[in-house]
Design a protein around this ligand. Structure first.
Ligand SMILES: CC[C@@H](C(=O)O)C(=O)SCCNC(=O)CCNC(=O)[C@H](O)C(C)(C)COP(=O)(O)OP(=O)(O)OC[C@H]1O[C@@H](n2cnc3c(N)ncnc32)[C@H](O)[C@@H]1OP(=O)(O)O
Length: 252
């Protein structure tokens, strides 16, 4: 694996996004590797999946803008967005509980990725934000649809419509972040403390409860809504306003 690290320990499958020099931005190789690793994990006896980022700056900075900047038309954008959208859906619907461990900032598509997970644990000093609006696009991997399943509509709209970066403490108050880990605490120790009561249960019990939550969804409607989100984002993507905003980011 070139863009991910995977380890299995005490019933936990750890996935670390590993492109720290670009703040763990997602490229096509990472999408393929994520897809592959999720298939492998599904076949293990592991109880819980933890997703985190390499380094201490970022969990994930979203799509790799230096790469995806070359996608110009709606159709080109749709290809990339729907590829990652499929992976986010797999994470959201994954048969085992999933946890996003925010070792650093989760921004743009990175924030969509944490939304796809069942639990979010963050260092107290981290930030998260759906900054897509400042790039003149919206969420395009299905994370907007998923956010409305995680939060009260008013809070979800605030996160999405303001494009702001928020402190993890605000996410904790809103119920988006489930546990804060103090800055002087070891991140893995803090996570294990949170996970201990879950890890005392069998994999079958955890998966069965996850299934009850997933049974709530009309899958066809959920998939239709994700698809609409991806299509809408693709339309905005091809506008000059978006390309200009990305150029500003890359030339800063
Ligand atoms: C494409 C899908 C779409 C979606 O559907 O959601 C998206 O994800 S759009 C992408 C949205 N993401 C962003 O706009 C993130 C921008 N990044 C940041 O805000 C910051 O980098 C950070 C994540 C808050 C971390 O800040 P910091 O630790 O200070 O790092 P730097 O900003 O100095 O970045 C270091 C290095 O990495 C490059 N970088 C960062 N993010 C990306 C990215 N998403 N794509 C490509 N490159 C990225 C950044 O340009 C720096 O490069 P160098 O200057 O060459 O070192």
């Amino acid at each position: 694996m070139n863009t991910l690290e995977w380890k299995q320990e005490d019933g936990i499958s750890w996935i670390a996004l590993s492109r720290p020099e670009l703040r763990n931005a997602v490229n096509y190789e990472m999408m393929d590797e994520l897809d592959e690793i999720l298939h492998k994990i599904e076949a293990t006896d592991d109880k819980i999946v933890v997703m985190t980022g390499s380094g201490n700056r970022a969990f994930c900075s979203g799509g790799d803008l230096s790469l995806f900047h070359s996608l110009y038309t709606e159709a080109e954008a749709y290809g990339m967005l729907s590829k990652m959208g499929q992976i986010l859906k797999r994470i959201f619907l994954f048969p085992k509980p999933t946890v996003a461990l925010l070792n650093g900032a989760a921004v743009g598509g990175g924030c969509e990725l944490i939304t796809a997970c069942d639990f979010r644990i963050a260092r107290r000093n981290t930030k998260f934000g759906f900054v897509q609006g400042s790039l003149e696009i919206t969420t395009g991997w299905g994370g907007g649809t998923m956010l409305f399943e995680r939060l009260k509509p008013h809070d979800a709209m605030t996160y999405l419509m303001t494009s702001q970066l928020f402190a993890a403490e605000k996410g904790f108050e809103d119920g988006f972040i489930h546990q804060l880990i103090n800055d002087d605490e070891n991140l893995e120790d803090g996570l294990r403390q949170f996970l201990n009561p879950y890890l005392k249960q069998s994999a079958n019990v955890l998966s069965a409860y996850k299934k009850i939550w997933l049974n709530k969804f009309d899958l066809a409607t959920f998939e239709e809504n994700v698809e609409k989100e991806i299509r809408n984002c693709s339309k905005l993507w091809e506008k000059e306003e978006h390309h200009a905003a990305v150029r500003r980011f890359l030339n800063k």
